[in-house]
Design a protein around this ligand. Structure first.
Ligand code: PHE
Length: 377
């Protein structure tokens, strides 16, 4: 920190100062130099050098002024030199102290800016995804059946023809196999039992009854596979929920009452149900359940006045197949067909989801397009 050319090494006499006004001018010069240097002090290490240069006991500017200017001053100038020196010292000391405070708080501020954590910023949002609509519908249906005492079981997607067909009263060459005889697996050499992708969840009726004595009340959600060409309503893979209730005293009334309860829970209390005769080899009698169209309140006429596009004006929508368990099935699971009775149903989930949420193409369930999936968070 240079303090040059102001004659600090010399006495005032040597500098040719003989009058009070010259003394004052000299001190003004020193002070100007101080004020100039003062501007360049920004951090703590600069401040220390600056302080020592001005206040250092051995060779600080004020010491030099005292030793070289004040002490040897001519008696008539001593008073004014002393006065000037006091003023200079007061200025230097107060300014250096003020600078110290500024530098310290500046350093603190700089550290604060450097380490600042802004607690008001939102955290990092990680997208967590959501359940697929099919899974959501599964859960809705499971909740409804849980509430009336059913439990959930799951079974293999690769089945033997025995469970998928024979035990369900569908012998080889039975005509209903035509829609179902589909995805057989290539077997390892030496294996004798054919294997196929299950064509419905009904094999779990057999597997459940094999394991468990009556009473049985289960539902079976899962994937099933058929040789269907893909279009807006068909897919080679789709989803079903099987239901099975078997006990010693289950009647057709229990059956229709249960189905009606489920349908009203799922579509709302104002829908009506009806059943029509149908045929499945493993139920007798077999029925097809319909629901009054929830979109046109069972009128067949849309709110706009035209034909309801959901039920095509029929006022009813076909829902799913069901029936009382055929006594022939009990024979395969060691249940006494004279003592027990029960009902079974097989709900197509994709169809139900399409109906409920107004989806017109089953393929969207399998395409994993987030623009579709995000509509069902
Ligand atoms: N398994 C039948 C199907 O997939 C549906 C069904 C299940 C019918 C249970 C009656 C009883 O078509």
């Amino acid at each position: 920190m240079p303090t040059s050319d102001i004659g600090l090494e010399k006495t005032l006499a040597a500098l040719g100062v003989t009058e009070a006004a010259q003394v004052v001018a000299r001190f003004a010069e020193v002070r100007a130099q101080f004020d100039g240097q003062f501007q360049t002090v920004h951090d703590e290490s600069e401040w220390k050098i600056f302080r020592d240069a001005w206040l250092g006991r051995k060779s600080g500017v004020l010491t030099l002024v005292t030793d070289n200017w004040l002490k040897p001053a001519m008696p008539e100038l001593k008073r004014v030199v002393g006065q000037q020196l006091n003023e200079l010292r007061a200025h230097v000391e107060s300014q250096i102290e003020a600078r110290r405070l500024a530098v310290e708080s500046g350093a603190e501020e700089a550290a604060l800016t450097r380490d600042r954590i802004d607690l008001s910023l939102p955290g990092v949002l990680r997208p967590i995804g959501s359940h697929h609509l099919i899974r959501q519908v599964f859960q809705k249906i499971e909740d409804i059946f849980f509430s009336i005492g059913f439990s959930v079981v799951e079974g293999p997607e690769i089945e033997t023809p025995y469970y998928n067909f024979e035990a369900l009263n569908i012998p080889e060459f039975h005509p209903v196999r035509d829609d179902m005889d589909t995805f057989y697996l290539e077997l390892p050499k030496g294996a004798t039992t054919p294997l196929l992708l299950r064509t419905h969840t009904s094999p779990m009726q057999i597997r459940t009854m094999e394991k468990q004595k009556p009473p049985v009340r289960v539902i079976v959600p899962g994937k099933v596979y058929r040789r269907d060409n893909p279009d807006a309503t068909h897919s080679f893979a789709f989803h079903q929920i099987e239901g099975l209730a078997v006990d010693t005293d289950i009647t057709f009334c229990d059956f229709t009452g249960t189905i009606e309860y489920f349908v009203k829970q799922f579509f709302g209390p104002s829908v009506k149900t009806r059943f029509r005769p149908s045929y499945f080899p493993f139920t007798e009698p077999s029925v097809e359940f319909d629901v009054s169209c929830p979109f046109c309140a069972g009128t067949g006429t849309a709110a706009s006045g035209g034909t309801c596009s959901k039920c095509k004006g029929a006022a009813w929508i076909e829902l799913f197949g069901a029936g009382m368990v055929d006594p022939a099935v009990y024979g395969h699971v060691n249940y006494d067909a004279k003592k027990v009775s029960g009902f079974a149903f097989g709900i197509g989930i994709d169809r139900l989801a399409m109906l409920k949420y107004g989806i017109d193409d089953i393929q969207v369930f399998f395409q994993n397009d987030v623009r579709f999936l995000r509509q069902f968070p």
